[in-house]
Design a protein around this ligand. Structure first.
Ligand code: PMT
Length: 401
């Protein structure tokens, strides 16, 4: 983790059982050359002591907003200016709620509101609290403000329940922060394009051929690319989803419109084709609404293959072309065939016969099939589509660097 050297990290610890893990995170930061100042919220002090944090961080621990000694030495504004980054781990439901509302009733929330730096949250809470609509709304608000998230993970919780809400482990947090500084240092703003959702292919003015894609996987990919500093364009078929306004969202309806929008937004460094483009369209669609009859034969023809076209478009071909493969059987064979036939660098296959993953689910499990790498394939195990997307984007960043 070379990129942590001499970086100034303002580390905020909130009150939760995973606060004890923060000691290990601080130890990893220090071992890799970072400079640490820590803020403990009042409830954090119920879990870790200021003395243990100072010993590990070899830096000052702050906790009171109105403390004459601290204010004279470094007030809350200077503290936020001192940092290269602010990391909040664990970020509890209470702190997340305060940050989303702009409440400033303690040092941590005041420093964050006064900050002009990137803020990274590592949430930790019970699964019900994490899944509560209030927390979801607060998190979405913070993401829109540009806050970045590490985790939370799915697993056994300290309270004995199982689910999503577990704080990421210290090494994962440290690696993510290292990656953040790596991207910043390279100072190169990579460009990404993602296709998502279904397409509608019209039979007549009111009827169309489509499929079950919700767009969730593609939208999560676009969000993760954006969070990781990519200048991101999302070309979306019809969905009910919304996205951060800093992502260049282009809404289309048909495969043809999707192809035109994709071409217009090249060149990019990476293109991820997660859209479920209808494979067939009407040979000629009816201009007026079809009348009811006993039988109807539709004359369909093959649709344009956007991925195939872009991948073989030499002058504009992105450095990294990633396709998805929605399979129900012979997953490996079919995915490898698509990898070769469509001239992709990676194909990401998912088993859409499993109702818990794939189309319209919030979860997925995928295999990445690589073309020119030592490892031929890699499984990303069952988790939220947001988590799958983060893991894919980690690999994209490694590849582009
Ligand atoms: O949208 P969600 O509900 O979240 O579901 C996610 C998903 C299951 C749709 C997604 O994970 C996925 O698998 N997307 C690809 C779906 C698909 O059309 O797969 P395919 O095996 O038919 O196509 C292979 C690749 O070619 C895909 O990258 C596809 O975008 C692309 N393609 C296909 C046909 C076509 N005419 N043009 C294309 O670009």
């Amino acid at each position: 983790m070379k990129n942590l050297l001499n970086k100034k990290i303002l580390f905020i610890i909130c009150g939760g059982i995973s606060a004890f893990k923060s000691l290990e995170t601080i130890r990893i930061f220090k071992k890799n050359g970072a400079e640490i100042k820590t803020i403990l919220t009042s409830s954090a002090k119920e879990f870790v002591t200021p003395l243990s944090v100072t010993s590990l961080s070899q830096g000052k621990v702050y906790s009171d907003l109105f403390n004459a000694e601290n204010e004279a030495e470094m007030d809350h504004i200077s503290l936020s200016r001192w940092a290269d980054i602010i990391v909040i781990a664990p970020a509890t439901a209470n702190t997340i709620s305060k940050l989303a509302q702009g409440t400033t009733d303690d040092l941590a929330s005041t420093v964050v509101l006064a900050s002009n730096k990137d803020i990274i949250l590592a949430p930790a809470m019970n699964v019900r609290m994490w899944e509560h609509p209030t927390t979801k709304t607060n998190i979405n608000k913070l993401k829109d403000f540009g806050y970045k998230l590490i985790g939370p993970e799915i697993g056994d919780m300290a309270c004995g329940e199982y689910g999503e809400g577990k704080m990421s482990d210290p090494l994962t947090i440290a690696k993510e922060i290292d990656k953040y500084f790596l991207i910043k240092k390279s100072n190169k703003k990579f460009k990404a394009l993602v296709t998502a959702g279904p397409t509608n292919e019209y039979i007549d003015p009111v009827r169309f051929i489509t499929n079950k894609s919700s767009g969730k996987q593609g939208y999560e990919l676009a969000k993760s690319l954006y969070r990781n500093g990519f200048d991101t364009t999302l070309i979306s078929g019809p969905t009910n989803l919304e996205i951060n306004k800093d992502i260049n969202l282009i809404r289309v309806e048909t495969a043809n419109e999707m192809l035109i929008a994709t071409q217009k937004n090249l060149p990019v460094d990476v293109a991820v084709f997660s859209a479920a483009v209808a494979d067939f369209k009407m040979n000629k669609s009816y201009e007026t609404k079809l009348k009811k009859k006993e039988n109807l034969t539709l004359n369909l023809e093959k649709n344009i293959d956007i991925l195939n076209y872009i991948s073989n478009h030499n002058s504009m071909r992105p450095k990294l072309v990633i396709g998805f493969a929605a399979e129900t059987d012979e997953i490996h064979k079919n995915a490898e065939d698509k990898l070769n036939k469509k001239n992709c660098d990676w194909i990401i296959s998912n088993d859409v016969s499993n109702k818990d993953i794939g189309f319209n689910s919030d979860y997925n499990e995928v295999i990445i099939h690589y073309k020119n790498k030592d490892i031929k394939k890699e499984k990303l195990s069952y988790k939220k589509k947001s988590g799958i997307s983060d893991e894919i984007v980690d690999r994209i960043i490694d590849q582009l660097n």
